[in-house]
Design a protein around this ligand. Structure first.
Ligand code: ADP
Length: 420
């Protein structure tokens, strides 16, 4: 299958088992042509498995993958990776160490059978676009991690693939570089018009890059939506935790007096909250109020509406509760505070332009629109409150890759020998 345009991708009931491990449990997902989708989940949630199945590096246990109406993987079908018309960018760059930068990029053009002059010209033009003018004759070992990843990006883009797959490409880079390269990935990918699927365990990366985000929890795709959808209306406590919380307040519903909101008694405090998606809370029910950092402000008399949240519920106005500052961190634009409310419950990441010292008594305004009440249940493994950045660092077990339009670690020397 050749692909000179951005395909629509349909994933239907994808399942993948490794022995007793169910890495993917019936995932359905549609990617619109030219869209940028990010799969977000902690380590072990099945992100790499899904990406490898789409790439054709891994076989499905069941389900189908369709590119533009044509099945590429299914019960009796498995189109090899190199015939799927896609390119992939890996976490560890996967460059050929014995090839110069320009030849690494040209490698992706080999199937087009261009003359040498033309392939060098196209590779050089792509290197210019990723900011590597003048690097053509260097070798990967002579480059920084960020430069190597730019070469990998140029290699992925140079042949104009319709589908681009990104496997945590920024994980090995420093924060500052990560930010810059993230912007370039977003810009260049959108310029090419390719359909993009990107996996990460980093919520801020997902929010920054995606048109749509899919959240994976133990092989289940638990929610798909825009960053705003996920932030406003998380489908489950797991999604709420994984997309950034200030903290969680356990309490009891005072009355379930209106359709989507409630008042929750937390120790001696009364907090207004929205009811979590799909829940119907009753008075007296035990709940956890999941608090978005944007909804809690240290009250300084002004009345600003928090970004990213719906308007406050008329019937559940913001609560103003006493709190004590237990920590403060400088964040450049202002300060993030940790505050403690009654019962010793902590809320983190509470922004204020001014530094408020530890042990200061403050009034904390908690806007009901950013408080989401779910029935209290067992904690969900793999999620961590307050960070939104997940618990893991990578892609879990990574078996040898083969086949994609880039060389792979395991077969590099072999393929190199074949090339030579
Ligand atoms: P993520 O990319 O989100 O970290 P993975 O897709 O790598 O998650 O892994 C999902 C689950 O499948 C994990 O429990 C992992 O241990 C398991 N797994 C992944 N690859 C293999 C493999 N080749 N053999 C056995 N188990 C695997």
């Amino acid at each position: 299958m050749t692909m000179d345009h951005a395909p629509a991708v349909e994933l239907r009931a994808l399942s993948k088992r490794y022995g007793r491990t169910e890495a993917l449990a019936g995932v359905d997902l549609d990617l619109a042509p030219g869209s940028f989708t990010v799969l977000l989940g902690p380590s072990g949630s099945g992100k790499s498995t899904l990406l490898r199945c789409v790439a054709g590096i891994e076989r499905l246990s069941s389900g189908t993958i369709v590119f533009d109406g044509q099945a590429v993987a299914g019960p009796r079908q498995h189109l090899p990776a190199e015939e799927r018309g896609l390119a992939m960018v890996f976490q560890d760059y996967a460059l050929w160490p014995h090839l110069s930068v320009v030849d690494n990029v040209r490698f992706a053009l080999r199937r087009l059978r261009l003359g040498k002059a033309e392939s060098v010209a196209r590779a050089a033009a792509m290197l210019d676009r990723v900011g590597l003018t003048g690097f053509a004759d260097r070798y990967p070992a002579e480059l920084s991690g960020g430069e190597q990843q730019r070469v990998a990006l140029a290699r992925a883009l140079v042949a104009g693939p319709g589908l681009l797959l990104f496997d945590e490409p920024l994980s090995n880079l420093d924060a500052d570089l990560r930010e810059r390269l993230r912007v370039e990935i977003a810009t260049l990918t959108r310029e090419t018009g390719a359909t993009a699927l990107y996996i990460t365990h980093d919520q801020s990366e997902a929010f920054a890059l995606a048109d749509r985000i899919g959240v994976l929890d133990h092989g289940h795709l638990v929610q798909v939506g825009s960053a705003e959808d996920l932030y406003r209306d998380p489908a489950t406590p797991f999604v709420a935790r994984f997309t950034g919380l200030a903290g969680e307040l356990p309490g009891v519903v005072e009355h379930a007096a209106w359709s989507d909101g409630c008042r929750v008694r937390v120790e001696g405090l009364a907090i207004g909250a929205r009811q979590g998606t799909g829940t119907s809370l009753a008075g007296g029910q035990r709940v956890r109020v999941l608090v978005r950092a944007a909804s809690a402000t240290i009250d300084d008399g002004t009345d600003g509406h928090p970004a990213g949240l719906p308007p406050a519920l008329g019937s559940a106005p913001s609560a103003v509760v006493p709190a004590v500052v237990s920590d403060v961190a400088f964040r450049g634009r202002g300060y993030d505070h940790v505050v403690e409310v009654e019962g010793g419950h902590r809320l983190t990441g509470i922004f204020h332009a001014r530094r408020i010292e530890r042990a200061t008594q403050v009034s904390l305004r908690i806007d009901a629109s950013g408080c989401i009440a779910f029935p209290d249940g067992p904690a969900i493994p793999g999620a961590r409150a307050g960070t939104g950045s997940g618990t893991g660092t990578g892609t879990g077990a990574a078996p040898g890759r083969s086949g994609a339009t880039v060389p792979t670690r395991s077969d590099e020397p072999l393929a190199a020998a074949r090339q030579g």
